[in-house]
Design a protein around this ligand. Structure first.
Ligand code: GUN
Length: 318
């Protein structure tokens, strides 16, 4: 077994190896810190600008975490907080300003945006070479035709792919020719992860809410990726024995008892019934602590890559 890859797989009593996304993200952030120092020596400081419109509490938490990660790496990090009533024109004007700012290499407009703003118009206004979310149609198109050296790849699918590659390497297996089933067809996860798996020579099926006999389709999978946002949709008997299971879902569900403030407790679960699936899978990501921690690390990686490309410097591979 490959030692470095092996370090993200942890044994568990349930049977399956647990794919430790936190350990993988920490290793990636340590490499990014090294690369940031290398760029610093060349006079380049990666810059990330995050835009938040409105006061959605979940978005505030995500945006704060992104800024913190950027600062900890020594990036230039800025956050633009705009009121919920901000007009589309004012938001477009800010994006244009950031596009023109040579100290900003990555721009991220946090989604969802207020209803009166057309998200597509905003995302398409971001300069593709600064689009560290990888949501611009130019980046989607570059990824679709396999031009990975020029594309910026969405962070969650890119992070999931790193976990998948490391897991298969540790198991002494190769993705080429494997049956991969992706449940979910979103532009943010399902479709891009399917394209990445295809580029890695897997045989890819994209299943979704209209798929007939979803459990039978899932049972074909050597690699099953769940990205639908339905708590514990994927049951244990959907898993082919020995499969690798990647759970991208993050769902808040009622827990047991009351919290310190006397409110009903909640807990996070994935799209996969973890205990049941663990009894059959070879390896599985937990929720939380699986794909989630990789997303922010990949955002930092995309920002650093964007800075390298901006300055014509060699870019690291993650
Ligand atoms: N909201 C939830 N996830 C994301 C993400 O990855 N990028 C952006 N821009 N907004 C989000």
């Amino acid at each position: 077994m490959n030692q470095a890859a092996n370090s993200i797989l942890k044994p568990s009593a349930a049977g399956a190896l647990i794919i430790d996304g936190k350990a993988a993200s920490e290793a990636l952030l340590a490499r990014l810190a090294e690369e940031t120092r290398r760029l610093g020596a060349a006079g380049v400081k990666p810059g990330l600008s995050v835009v938040l419109v409105g006061d959605d509490p979940a978005s505030q938490v995500y945006v704060r975490a992104k800024g913190k990660a950027a600062r900890e790496l020594g990036f230039r990090s800025e956050q633009h907080d705009l009121v919920a009533a901000t007009s589309e024109e004012d938001l477009l004007a800010l994006v244009q300003r950031l596009n023109a700012d040579p100290g900003v290499h990555g721009i991220l407009v946090q989604l969802p945006l207020p209803k009166h703003i057309q998200s597509a118009r905003i995302l398409e206004a971001i300069a593709p070479e600064k689009d560290v979310d990888g949501f611009h149609p130019i980046n989607v198109g570059l990824a679709a035709i396999g031009e990975m050296k020029r594309a910026l790849i969405p962070c969650t699918p890119a992070g999931a792919m790193i976990l998948i590659q490391k897991t298969f390497a540790a198991l002494g297996e190769n993705l080429a020719g494997k049956e991969a089933v992706v449940i979910g067809r979103s532009n943010i996860v399902g479709k891009p992860v399917a394209r990445l798996l295809l580029a890695a020579n897997s045989t890819v099926t994209v299943a979704h809410s209209r798929t007939r006999d979803l459990s039978a389709v899932a049972q074909r999978a050597d690699l099953l990726i769940a990205a639908v946002g339905q708590p514990e949709l994927v049951r244990g008997d959907w898993i082919k024995p020995g499969a690798v299971v990647i759970d991208v879902g993050v769902n808040r569900v009622p827990g047991e008892g009351l919290n310190d403030r006397g409110q009903p407790k909640t807990r996070l679960v994935g799209d996969v019934a973890f205990a049941e699936a663990s009894a059959r899978a070879a390896a599985i990501t937990p929720v939380p602590g699986g794909v989630g921690p990789m997303t922010i690390a990949m955002l930092m990686a995309n920002t650093l890559v964007a800075a390298c490309r901006w300055r014509g410097l060699e870019e690291p591979k993650f």
